[in-house]
Design a binder for this molecule. Structure first.
Ligand code: MRU
Length: 335
């Protein structure tokens, strides 16, 4: 994308795992949903003829998929849900396990669609009429099962007539903003302007941005946010210019077990993603490269975290802490 829309059909979970690794499937919620369905494919392998085979295939898939990308917690939440369910039902029959795992994957997908819708509603309520929004990376339909998280807010606010313009960071080095966000927003007839990542500060200085809205790959228990590299500098700039900085994140993105952003593993990518653009080398041969895929925005810079159960406000230790029992109850009810 944006040049060709190509669909890859497969029944092999390894093909999907590889697609996640090379970002053919990307965006935290989409990764989680794809991983859940990959587990379903694994247990439908025609080679499985006994409960022993089922067990081997199931855990091989969980193991393989959990090593695809380290930062987006939705991947691990989805795999944990599949494992938890499997451990309850796997002693019965192959067919029964296949049935229950498919139902769980569908539930994860359905919850993602609903979360996006509700995040859109809660987030749009924060946007003033005639707003110009700055966003980073891609958080829309290509990153989720629904209308998107940060982009769901933009879409919903646009439907309410509140959006004047969206500035989309190109999002170096893989250009999710340039390739995907602008494509999606143009399809929705939203006025979108593509900028380099370095242009954001100038626009804020000129008072041309009313709010920054971004997604998240993982939110720590204290509200620190891991998101696409370049997010932190936007948050610092937004504070400097007194512009609200909103993070859109389904509660499945909150990692209650991770105390602060320092504990979030940050993925490092292949240096070639920086030294090359569209396969053409742009940096000198042999240059050293540092290629983190994400950065951490400290909670003090986050105006609000928009979830499907409402907008969380500082102090996040408290607002996230209150959410925890509620989320655990929901998980228990679902299982
Ligand atoms: O490396 P990517 O493209 O998977 O990174 C995606 C992001 O950083 C998104 O902002 C985040 O996953 C939220 S997607 C709704």
């Amino acid at each position: 994308l944006p040049h060709d829309e190509v669909y890859i059909e497969t029944t092999d979970y390894r093909v999907i795992g590889d697609a996640i690794r090379v970002l053919k499937i990307r965006g935290a919620p989409a990764i989680g949903v794809a991983a859940a369905y990959s587990v379903v494919l694994a247990v439908h392998d025609p080679k499985i003829t006994s409960l022993q085979d089922l067990n081997t295939e199931f855990y091989a898939a969980i193991n393989f998929l959990s090593q695809t990308r380290p930062t987006a917690v939705s991947l691990f939440v989805a795999l944990d849900r599949m494992r938890h369910l499997y451990e309850q039902v796997s002693h019965n029959s192959i067919l029964g396990s296949q049935f229950h795992l498919l139902a769980e994957a569908r539930l994860i997908q359905h919850e993602d669609i609903e979360s996006c819708r509700k995040i859109g509603e809660y987030g749009a309520a924060l946007i003033s009429p005639k707003s110009t929004i700055l966003t980073h990376c891609n958080t829309g339909g290509l990153a989720t099962s629904g209308i998107g998280t940060a982009q769901g807010i933009i879409t919903t606010a646009a439907q309410e007539g509140k959006i004047q313009r969206v500035y989309a960071d190109e999002t170096r080095p893989l250009f999710q903003g340039a390739r995907l966000t602008t494509l999606e927003l143009m399809k929705e007839n939203i006025d979108v302007v593509l900028i380099t990542d370095g242009t954001a500060g100038m626009l804020m200085q000129r008072r041309e941005i009313d709010a920054v809205v971004v997604g998240a790959d993982r939110v720590a228990a204290n509200g620190d946010v891991a998101n696409k590299i370049g997010t932190y500098q936007l948050a610092v700039l937004a504070e400097r210019h007194m512009i609200p900085f909103y993070v859109a994140a389904p509660t499945a993105t909150i990692d209650f077990g991770t105390k602060t952003g320092k504990d979030i593993p940050i993925e490092e990518r292949d240096p070639a993603e920086i030294t090359h653009v569209a396969g053409i080398r742009i940096a000198a041969e042999g240059v050293s490269v540092f290629a983190p895929a994400f950065d951490i925005t400290p909670n003090q810079l986050v105006t609000g975290i928009v979830t499907e159960v409402g907008v969380l406000k500082p102090p996040y230790n408290e607002s996230i802490g209150k959410l925890r029992p509620q989320q655990l109850r929901t998980a228990e009810a679902a299982s």
